[in-house]
Write a protein that binds this ligand. Structure first.
Ligand SMILES: *Cc1c(COP(=O)(O)O)cnc(C)c1O
Length: 388
């Protein structure tokens, strides 16, 4: 611990959730697989007096990850969920009931939008999309039945940074919950609950997993929402395996060193891309001059390796020629693994318009040497020019 009594997050990452004394001194909690838990007698069974009562409700590997995340988030409780999308959907279901109204950032992850427009609507919850840069102006959009405001900062594909503390202040005053999809920054670089979120949402699939081999999500709650979150999780029968928790814990331990490198490489690529004649602008809040840079500096302690690039006008054939021949950038969805990725961005907005000068691509800067990534992109731009 430091002089002010607060442990640094890097230390929490390395130490939280470990119970080696309970596992013969083994550093990492082993993989438990369990459905039935045996009770020694009727009295203990009737009192459910065992550390774990039934497989669906957890086992030591699951608890190890829950405890680590709860410590990292500074939360009251955390529940682990089968995917990041399920975490976003679950947080909304915890906060909203039939007849309620939800305010959703227009820049949310597209499948979160689909959940609201289709599934949530069937249960009688209406969604209004709002401009992510609205700040305290969100007050004007509140209805008497507005029960939750959902933020995602920076926004998916276009990376607008939200003034979460300002929005949270309005939500708190109106008795609404503030939900934040914090996947981009991770709890390492944005303390969601300390900035005013009631429910912090994370796609563990991305940087905590970190190796492109795991699907998981979590919701961490403050005291106000912890009981509702646990009740929902239990009643919905949500469960993740000990095997997957073991992988997530393995990723979590190295999150800080990986993110540092992802951010450094992303900045190197972003600055290089800014100087390219084929590029109109780069969308990356950690970059000086980005519209969200000041808010990012105020509220975040770092960035990840994911950013957008708006190209100058180019034909589909030219962009295809550029992307199809890349050697180090994989073509695929998701991100946060050790490897670099690049995808064309399909931007869906309904409350705002994203005016792009040309095609938009999203880059995930992996852990490769930046020189090799720049060489790969240089050849890509040559193909783009040749096909134009
Ligand atoms: C990927 C992603 C999700 C969904 O995570 P999955 O584990 O793929 O379901 C949610 N929110 C954001 C911001 C994401 O990028």
């Amino acid at each position: 611990m430091t002089a002010d009594g607060k442990e640094k997050k890097e230390t929490t990452l390395a130490s939280a959730g470990r119970e080696s004394k309970a596992h013969f001194g083994v550093v990492n909690t082993p993989v438990y697989r369990a459905s039935t838990i045996l009770y020694p007698d009727i009295a203990r069974l009737e009192a459910r007096d065992m550390p774990f009562t039934y497989g669906r409700r957890g086992n030591p590997t699951v608890k190890s990850l829950e405890d680590a995340v709860t410590a990292l988030e500074g939360a009251a409780r955390t529940v682990l969920l089968p995917s990041g999308l399920n975490a976003a959907a679950s947080a909304i279901l915890v906060a909203c009931s039939a007849g309620d109204h939800l305010l959703m950032a227009d820049t949310c992850y597209a499948p979160t939008r689909s959940f609201c427009d289709k599934t949530l609507k069937r249960f009688g919850v209406e969604t209004t999309y709002y401009d992510p840069t609205i700040g305290a102006g969100i007050a004007a959009l509140f209805q008497p039945n507005t029960r939750a405001v959902f933020c995602e900062s920076p926004g998916s594909l276009t990376f607008e940074v939200q003034d979460v503390p300002a929005i949270a202040g309005v939500a708190r005053a109106r008795g609404a919950a503030l939900l934040l999809d914090n996947t981009w920054a991770t709890p390492l670089h944005y303390p969601a609950l300390a900035r005013g979120a009631d429910l912090s949402i994370q796609a563990v699939t991305k940087y905590i997993g970190g190796h492109s081999d795991l699907m998981m999500g979590y919701v961490a709650a403050n005291e106000r929402y912890a009981a509702r979150l646990l009740e929902y999780h239990d009643n919905a029968g949500l469960y993740v395996s000990g095997d997957d928790c073991f992988l997530a814990l393995r990723g979590l331990r190295t999150l800080a060193v990986r993110l540092k490198r992802h951010q450094e490489t992303a900045l190197t690529l972003a600055r290089w891309l800014q100087g390219r004649p084929e590029v109109s602008r780069v969308l990356y809040p950690a970059l000086e001059g980005d519209p969200g840079h000041d808010l990012w500096r105020r509220d975040f302690t770092g960035a990840c390796g994911l950013f957008g690039v708006v190209l100058k006008p180019a034909s589909k054939a030219a962009v295809t020629a550029m992307i199809d021949g890349l050697a180090h950038f994989g073509l695929g969805f998701s991100w946060g693994g050790y490897e670099s990725l690049l995808v064309p961005a399909d931007i869906k907005r309904s409350a705002t318009r994203f005016a792009a000068e040309g095609p938009v691509i999203r880059i995930h800067a992996g852990l490769e040497a930046p020189e090799d990534l720049i060489a790969d992109l240089t050849l890509g731009f040559e193909r783009l020019k040749a096909a134009s």
